[in-house]
Design a protein around this ligand. Sequence first.
Ligand SMILES: *[C@@H]1O[C@H](CO)[C@@H](O)[C@H](O)[C@H]1NC(C)=O
Ligand SMILES: *[C@@H]1O[C@H](CO)[C@@H](O)[C@H](O)[C@H]1NC(C)=O
Ligand SMILES: *[C@@H]1O[C@H](CO)[C@@H](O)[C@H](O)[C@H]1NC(C)=O
Ligand SMILES: *[C@@H]1O[C@H](CO)[C@@H](O)[C@H](O)[C@H]1NC(C)=O
Ligand SMILES: *[C@@H]1O[C@H](CO)[C@@H](O)[C@H](O)[C@H]1NC(C)=O
Length: 630
Amino acid sequence: MCKLCFYLVFLCFGQCFGVIYHLNETEYEKLPRLSDLENYEKCMEESGGIYCVAHLELYNYSNSKLYTLIREYSDHALKHYNYTKLDRGICVTQTCKNYARNSGLDINRDLAVVLEGCLNETMIKKYGLSARVYNKNCDKKSDKNQLHIDFYDYVFLGVFVTLLMLALIGSFCEVDKNQKKEISGKTFIACFSVPENYKQLTAIDQSDPRMSIFKSAHAFRTLASFFIVHAHVGLMIGSAFTADPHTFEKAYESAVLRITFSGMNIVQYFFFMTGLLLTYITLVKAETHRFSWKIIPTIIVLRWWRLTPSAAMVVAFSATWMRHLGSGPLWTSWIVNGSSHQCRRYFWAHIFYVNNYIPEDVVCVFQTWYIAADTQIFIAAIVIHFAIRNRSTKFKTIALTALLLLSMASPALHVWWQDLDAFSMQKPDVYRTLIDDNFRRLHVLGHNNLGCCIVGLATGHLIYWLQQNKIQYPNFRIGNLLCWCVIPMFIVVLYFSSLFIHDGERPSLALRMLFAGTNRALFGFIAAFWAVGVVMNFNGCSKAIMEWPGWVVPGRLSYGVYLLHNIFIELGQGMRTQLVPVSFYNMFFMAVGIFTVSLVLAIPFHLLVEAPTARLMKLCYEEKLNKKTN
Ligand SMILES: *[C@@H]1O[C@H](CO)[C@@H](O)[C@H](O)[C@H]1NC(C)=O
Ligand SMILES: *[C@@H]1O[C@H](CO)[C@@H](O)[C@H](O)[C@H]1NC(C)=O
Ligand SMILES: *[C@@H]1O[C@H](CO)[C@@H](O)[C@H](O)[C@H]1NC(C)=O
Ligand SMILES: *[C@@H]1O[C@H](CO)[C@@H](O)[C@H](O)[C@H]1NC(C)=O
Ligand SMILES: *[C@@H]1O[C@H](CO)[C@@H](O)[C@H](O)[C@H]1NC(C)=O
């Protein structure tokens, strides 16, 4: 009965599923290559050259044992690519010349038929498997070297030049510091002053002791943005079109790499900070200003104003000039018809921050799902905050606990109704297709990420109270020790997540629901401990490396880095003409490089877009607030 177990290196518990968990190199060699790219430049050199990237699906042909092997190996989707789907970049005019001649077809006229027949023939000859082309993209030499600049390209260029001009004029325009308060043409222009904005970027403000407790946030932000860049660089070697997919699959056998593969929830830290800062800053401001709930729309608009111009510039760039920056066999499908196309179609969704609820909007500056989710969470959080702020402590506790439980239930219910995994696991095929139910239905939706923010809201109240009452224990040993343990504790939670990436049966529904429900809140509680530790002045938290002033500038630039880094990753993906090596060593340095370049580029980006927006906002904000006070 158990012939299949022959293949199983891993022990087969209870029953056999016909899933192959491991193949040694000799056996792996029998599988057709996952992807292949013939020489693109050479193909495009000859006149009339046609190069196609075809996506194939394999079929069981003539009782193929190999097909069974492929199916069983691919069935372990947690760690393996799906080898029934292959990608081939071929120079049709070269490779399929003979096929076309023998079957009496004309390559230019019957391109689709020739391509499919030719690939089918090759697969049958070599592996005894028949192949169907389910998607393709062809480049012809004659279409090359033509730049089609359209209306939107000019609009983007216009906006960019305007910003540049404003910065130039603003830099040479002196403004009297005293008359800054009201909005006039001059103060408007002055917001764009590059030297002034640069001064603000690099200023290390220590005047406000109330805010100085968040000093270490800069370090967290910088480190987290590096990890995010590093994780996204993983797309470059995970997305197939690599020389050795098997090496990538074997990475899932390493415990350390499994932990990094489970690290997507690092983003919860930012949701926590959203809640924390919201409560804390509103409470501090409320000491000197009188807020009523009527200010909620203003606060939301201000936030939108602060974030949107920067994000919109990046999305608009992806929609427009990005298309013209490169070429290659994958360029059209990944950039022109991929991210650029989606950015054009869903630009509005990115502006109004609903893009995470649009299932088709996958690849347009894909990391902006976070900004959308964060905005949705912010809106919910501010309503919650104003609803409970004047109530008794008991009411607040009950309300926040109830809300926390509700928001923990939401991901668990998603897992139940939609039969999802416990969290968004980075499976090989997810890297390849970027299509993943766990990601679209669980990870990115605003309402699923509210839990950490609620913990943040509660922590905000707690640290405000602690600070008001000046409760500090600088020499509390256990507190100091625990503070040092915060980052290891994060890693322990990630380690538990990584246990879900295993060989064997899928974890039970109950376990998945439990994990999906609790892991975000768990992150929130660890982060809350950190915040409380900082306020209570535990040495481990506050005096260590994290408050080094050098973190301030990269911390302030981290929004820019977050927005910009993906451009380089997409360029790297789209311009690929050869299979890239799979090496985690290279990947690390690629991440360092992209992070550095993004950081450097984030400086002009900050000076031209981010800082002027924020200052313009402050200009109007102060007006508004002045009206609201007294
Ligand atoms: C690979 O596995 C097959 C089947 O399990 C076995 O026959 C073969 O000897 C193995 N090759 C090596 C090099 O271990
Ligand atoms: C492929 O076909 C053979 C013979 O018809 C059959 O024994 C085998 O189960 C098929 N494999 C799959 C995965 O369907
Ligand atoms: C692999 O792809 C084939 C063809 O689309 C599909 O039928 C199969 O379910 C996929 N396998 C897994 C494990 O997702
Ligand atoms: C592939 O070739 C075989 C044999 O010529 C044929 O039976 C099969 O229909 C072809 N498959 C496709 C998808 O063209
Ligand atoms: C672009 O993608 C859409 C679907 O996403 C497809 O229908 C269309 O044919 C593609 N266009 C090109 C030129 O590849």
